[in-house]
Write a protein that binds this ligand. Structure first.
Ligand SMILES: [Zn+2]
Ligand SMILES: [Zn+2]
Ligand SMILES: [Zn+2]
Ligand SMILES: [Zn+2]
Length: 238
């Protein structure tokens, strides 16, 4: 993923349905891998002009001009003299959480752990904590996650899956409140406890991030979560 850096004397025009703002100066424009364009001048942290994830971005290198368009908004940057243009390799920035088997650093950002050196990218289950311990099989960090009780599995789902761990523990543990069949542990995006009678019975509940601490009057378990106690059935009043 590369970020393009353009620096020089430019005229910058931002247009929306009710305003047009033209500025000129020696600026630095950044074009991020998601096409976000930020134009910085000398002062402060705030860009002088920007367009976040525009629907369209066109860059012409010689002469240098750039047009980003998103709905009613557009941002136009045009060089008024020589400009420097360079592409730099960039990655997500995140909290360092350990090492990749490739020896690169792993960082955690927005729900995933990615390696700064190779393409490895591992989505994290909601509420997961990356642990110090490494997996004996692949060397990646292990993660801790609560789904009824605390589980510890490898960061790589293909190496050791949270689904099998939770299934081993809770498959058939709870009964369907609609038909009394067993609830099976399944993966539908996140983990759910779904009725074995499917498709005749469509009862299913997303398993909350928390631990089972009691039984609800409805027969399902009650979870202690970071936002308080709740029944497996989120519509049930505990
Ligand atoms: Zn790596
Ligand atoms: Zn592993
Ligand atoms: Zn059922
Ligand atoms: Zn309940």
């Amino acid at each position: 993923m590369s970020t393009r850096v353009i620096a020089g004397d430019c005229t910058v025009t931002y247009t929306s349905d009710d305003e047009t703002q033209t500025q000129r100066g020696h600026v630095v424009a950044l074009c991020k891998p998601d096409d976000t364009v930020l134009v910085h001048d000398a002062a402060g942290y705030r860009p002088a002009a920007w367009l976040t994830r525009p629907a369209e971005l066109t860059v012409n290198e010689d002469p240098l001009w750039l047009v980003a368009v998103d709905g009613d908004e557009s941002l136009h940057v045009e060089a008024e003299g020589p400009v420097a243009l360079r592409d730099h390799n960039t990655t997500a920035a995140g909290v360092p959480v350990g090492d990749c088997p490739c020896d690169g650093r792993l960082v955690r950002s927005s729900g995933a752990v990615a390696c700064l050196a190779c393409d490895a990218d591992y989505p994290l289950p909601g509420g997961a904590t990356v642990l110090e311990a490494a997996c004996d099989d692949c060397g990646l960090p292990r993660i801790g996650v609560e789904r009824g009780e605390p589980f510890e599995v490898c960061l790589d789902y293909d190496c050791e899956s949270l689904l099998s761990a939770v299934r081993d523990r809770f498959d058939g543990e709870w009964s369907c409140p609609a038909c009394d069949g067993d609830l099976e542990i399944l993966r539908r995006g996140g983990l759910i406890a779904g009725c074995e009678g499917y498709p005749d019975c469509e009862t299913g509940f997303a398993i909350p991030d928390g631990t089972v601490v009691a039984d609800c009057d409805c027969g399902l378990p009650v979870f202690e979560t970071s936002s308080g106690r709740r029944c497996l059935d989120s519509t049930c009043e505990v």
